[in-house]
Design a protein around this ligand. Structure first.
Ligand code: PMP
Length: 363
């Protein structure tokens, strides 16, 4: 396997060392001699994988013991529904939502099935190019929870700080930046992130849930949609995605041992982002970054060229030269470079050089 230049928005690049171990594990795991794809979820081997995956996440992010770490299915989209089913239904409260991009806009309609919702800020009219300041958020101390998305994957907007009021449970979709850097876990009642950006392959979603918040869930819910089911069975109520959890465990091990943790990862990621933004900003009449400067994401860089013809030319030429996944999300078009954890500084530097060359040729 060669070093890959994969800038896909998701599923995204995985570390080469993990891909190699995974390739071997599909044939035969070193521990059992059997393929990872044929391992029982009730085996001692899988119990150890689950335990290590959880422990590595706890160590990497500093997750205290009064938070549960769950491995669930249904992607982050199911969390849009499960959150209000468990914590809005049957209360007399309103749930608050910040709508700052394509993905955060998907969450309030699901909550409206369960109870009253306030969208406390909506960036739609501004084309989702910036994030709200604290004084723009009319928050209530009586809300059931406040939900936001820490990194808007499509538009490339990333919160630098944490919004919200201290007494209101804060819930965050961190699908596209969990494990990219340190998180102040104790500010949150719940965090969720599907694996297919920084954690592993698609098929598993990590939910980090504070125990006292989890116990607030009320009413009778379908078993699979009740967080308490997954807490009480330690993510083994039914057959979990064994393969995806195994690869996630390898990724967390890589992040711990090869990278040295999330703070070191953040330094690397910030340097990578500076390299690409630098190349784009050097040609302001040619490249146009979607996000306003203070809100720029270090994970996803959405940008445009002067016209659609040049964008098509760009994508064709990039692919020919071995740079993949640079097309923008279907909702806004344009271009996007995603610099998830497994995208190497070398691949990033190669992309920046390629962007410079392309601008010099066609700009
Ligand atoms: N939230 C965010 C921030 C996302 O980027 C995505 C998908 N890329 C989703 C939610 C939806 O995730 P899924 O496809 O796992 O349901």
């Amino acid at each position: 396997m060669n070093e890959q230049k994969n800038f896909s928005g998701g599923p995204g690049a995985l570390p080469l060392a993990v891909l190699r171990q995974t390739r071997d594990a599909i044939e035969a795991l070193p521990e059992t001699g059997l393929s990872v794809l044929g391992m029982s979820h009730r085996s001692a081997w899988f119990r150890a994988v689950l335990d290590e995956a959880e422990q590595n996440l706890r160590t990497l992010l500093g997750i205290p013991s009064h938070y549960h770490v769950l491995f669930m299915q249904g992607g982050s989209s199911l969390q849009f529904s499960m959150l209000p089913m468990n914590f809005l239904r049957g209360t007399k409260q309103r749930a608050e939502y910040i709508v700052s991009g394509y993905w955060s806009a998907k969450a309030p309609p699901e909550a409206r099935h369960e109870g009253p919702v306030s969208v406390v800020w909506d960036g739609y009219d501004g084309g989702y190019t910036r994030l709200p300041h604290a004084d723009e958020l009319p928050l209530s101390r009586h809300a059931a929870y406040l939900h936001y998305v820490s990194n808007e994957t499509v538009e490339g907007l990333e919160f630098a700080g944490v919004p919200g009021l201290p007494d209101v449970p804060l819930v965050c979709d961190m699908s596209s930046n969990l494990l990219a850097g340190p998180v102040d876990i104790e500010r949150y009642a719940m965090i969720y992130a599907h694996a297919q950006k920084n954690l592993g392959p698609s098929g598993v979603t990590v939910v980090i849930l504070r125990d006292d918040f989890a116990r607030r869930a009320r009413g009778s819910l379908p078993t699979m949609l009740d967080y308490r089911t997954h807490i009480d069975t330690r993510s083994l109520y039914n057959t979990p995605p064994v393969f995806a959890i195994y690869v996630l465990m390898l990724v967390t091990r890589w992040l711990r041992d090869d990278i040295g943790g999330v703070a070191a990862m953040a330094d690397i990621n910030h340097a990578k982002a500076r390299t690409v933004y630098g190349a784009l900003d050097a040609h302001p009449g040619f490249y146009r970054v979607h996000a306003e400067r203070p809100y720029r994401s270090s994970m996803n860089i959405a940008f445009r060229l002067p016209d659609a013809v040049t964008e098509t030319l760009f994508l064709d030429a990039a692919k020919r030269d071995g740079f993949h996944g640079l097309e923008g999300h279907r909702s806004i078009g344009g271009l996007r470079a995603s610099l998830y954890n497994a995208v190497t500084p070398e691949a990033t530097a190669a992309l920046a050089q390629w962007l410079t060359d392309f601008a010099q040729r066609y700009g």
